[in-house]
Design a protein around this ligand. Sequence first.
Ligand SMILES: C[S@@+](CC[C@H](N)C(=O)[O-])C[C@H]1O[C@@H](n2cnc3c(N)ncnc32)[C@H](O)[C@@H]1O
Length: 423
Amino acid sequence: MVLNFKKLQIIPTYLNLKYPKTSFKFINNGEQSKIKKESISLARQLQAKIKSTGPISVAEYMKEVLTNPVSGYYMHRNVIGGNGDFITSPELGQLFGEMVAIWCFNEWQKIGSPIPLQLVEMGPGHGSLAEDVLRVFDRFGVRNEVSLHLVEVSPYLSQMQAQTLCEKTIRPSEPTQLYYQLGTTAKNIPVFWYNSIQDVPRQFSCFLAHEFFDALPIHKFQRTEAGWREILIDIDPAADTVKFRYVISRMSTPASKVLIKADEKRDHVEVCAEGGVILQHLATRLEEDGGFALFADYGHDGSKTDTFRGFRDHQLHDALVDPGSADLTADVDFSYFKTCTEDKLLTFGPVTQREFLKRMGIDIRLQILLKNCDEKQRENLLLGYHMMVDQDKMGERFKLFSLFPSVLKEHLIRFPVTGFADS
Ligand SMILES: C[S@@+](CC[C@H](N)C(=O)[O-])C[C@H]1O[C@@H](n2cnc3c(N)ncnc32)[C@H](O)[C@@H]1O
């Protein structure tokens, strides 16, 4: 990788561009009875499994409930938006995606714009963040050098992403291909879909993940007098219908032996081992192939304890009731991500979404857009802005976290990572 160190001031240029995007993307699904049936069938499968092999880990429960190929929560319907179960920042209009795009473009330029550039997004939802990033890159004249790589397990959402991003897509029948879907955008940018990050080609890449890691399975542990014990999920023998309950393992489990830090101070801990594996993979790639990563999620720096919960219809929902009918999620422990990558990477953050967006110039961009829109767009822009930035909404709870290869240490001391410290 050839590095051409320089500091660029591209942000003011972009903030003045004028093109308001439409508005919210609320999508109707109205499939309540189908969801209920799938939930009953998933509950029965889980019950059969627990009956035959004993209580399962929270990670196993979460993985089945969210991504079981037949009835997993994410797999066959739209769950994001006004008629879904939760709303995310990239769905609140163009402001969030534009700030992320400017960040990516700026960091890429600071290290000499290595090409070809792979933009890789994990868990892209409707594809709105990728759409915003490609649009901004296009406005900066970056076209032929870029390709987009999406890591998505949901067949349904991969179709939605294709509709958002591509003019045409194909699903190759060749079993040797690592991607399962291929498309091209209106500007001829190739888009590839994969089931796993491991399948994305090894090249210089900018990795993005928005509300992806919180959807990955977590293990839960409790400190007891006998030492650390894993929290498991069992069926309640006293209940007439299928009812799940938490139990505490009698003995230590393989997970409780390897996933708890020796100096852990908390009494209850959640560990996302699958996220840790992805982080270790990214660390190797960033070190060997070059690139950087930006994650946004609700999370903490190793201080929180019990955060596992469900969301249905924009309300908190008991994670053990009607599995598959509600989103399951846990706050991301960024301190764990640091531990997984510290031998290879520099990490920045977590900083609050409010701090990040304000440092990236969201207020200036908002003012420019407000000058060029109609009344309805104005209402949507302001609503989205306040949802994303206000301290009592997403502004404080959501955090931004970034990763760079250690070889850039001196460079990043001279030219600090945008958005993560006051300049
Ligand atoms: C909470 S949604 C966030 C969507 C989008 N990033 C946003 O913020 O609007 C989680 C996304 O990750 C995908 N996902 C969940 N588990 C995954 C996994 N193990 N591998 C790949 N994608 C996954 C879901 O299908 C969905 O697209």
